[in-house]
Design a protein around this ligand. Sequence first.
Ligand code: NDP
Length: 435
Amino acid sequence: EKRNSGEPEFLQAVNEVAEYIIPFIGENPKFEKYKVFERMAEPERVLIFRVPWVDDAGEIQINRGYRVQMNSAIGPYKGGLRFHPSVNLSVLKFLAFEQTFKNSLTGLPMGGAKGGSDFDPKGKSDAEVMRFCQSFMTELYRHIGPDLDVPAGDIGVGKREIGYLFGQYKRLKNEFTGVLTGKGFEWGGSRIRPEATGYGLIYFVQEIFKDEGKTLEGKVIAISGSGNVAQFAAEKSIQCGAKVVTMSDSNGYIYDPEGIDFEKLAFITNLKEIRRGRISEYINAYPSANYVADAKPWAVPCDIALPCATQNELNETDAQQLINNGCRFVAEGANMPCTREAVAIFNKQKITYVPGKAANAGGVAVSGLEMTQNSLRYAWVKDKVDDRLKMIIRGIHATCVKYGKEADGHINYEKGANIGGFVKVAEAMIDQGVV
Ligand code: NDP
């Protein structure tokens, strides 16, 4: 803890995993002998660099860029880039640590990494975003490569940013390789990659319901966020006959008790992706909905809550309020959106809770499939990628059940995901010696 003081998010993520891994190591002493968990909590490499760029007014701006290469035991480093003012080393180390477990759970050969910058794309022109991305890649390109480290998108990094980053990489390296995932379909991207995290989240919830002989038909779902993950989680939910009643952004949330249908969702997608507007504008188009400023959508009655915005957006008060209002399932579309205290409440009251490293792994899984297609120099059709995604999610669910089933039959998905993700990486690290 001393070495990482001042990094609260990273410590939170490691402590959460340690809660399950330390007792597991106690029963499996070889992992202790080789100090595998201690090594996993130390990044293999951290890069921090200056990102200077010129804004539209001709002023020089300076941001800080990062890449945390956490673990390469089972494959090249893999993890997204986040552009958001809240980005710092602690946030990226937590995300890279989580990513190592998540990537392991997918069963694909991918190590763990994360990167990004404190740059805020909000309110910037396309030209400014492009100049920033070009400057960012001018340093990053030396440290990544299709067999070394393959970044993707995350908060603030979508298709536009991936395009500018890829263009600059190609220019600097003078080669066309699959060094980034989340690319456009016309230039090496995979079908279903934009949808993968949100769809995968719903596929996971369906797996849980299937075990109980239920479907999502008629279920009321509260979603936070209105970005990539939230939009496609909403789309798949609606396709499954569920009723999505909330979405949000960093300024507040909308509550539409009649349900957000495909038409309303198309409005939100256009609002966020094309017009880059605020979720509050929803009520101008659909006045029967409510907008609540400066609040999270956890006060509404629902069966299922899907936090899909950012870390620590659901605390213990929210958790209790959700339960009081009838919510019995919480699955994380975002990374670590529930605080430790919130998770403790879910566990105590036997609410089904699925951590992000299992529930949102669909995104990186399809990124892995994008790497495969790039290596084959071939593009699979949509149904083929979607089928693989479903298969991978079924596999992750089965791993969670294998390691997380408790004596009373309750499945502790957090325990299952942490141990299931750990074992494969730990075995590989032991095989590869003290490195
Ligand atoms: P986007 O940038 O597309 O959307 C993020 C959404 O969350 C926006 O609605 C944004 O609102 C909101 N948000 C961001 N920061 C905050 C904050 N501090 N407080 C409240 N709301 C906030 O990102 P993604 O949808 O890609 O990512 C969302 C989450 O899912 C992240 O935790 C990410 O790490 C995780 N994830 C994403 C994957 C992917 O494939 N994209 C894969 C696995 C996990 P606003 O518009 O106001 O900024």
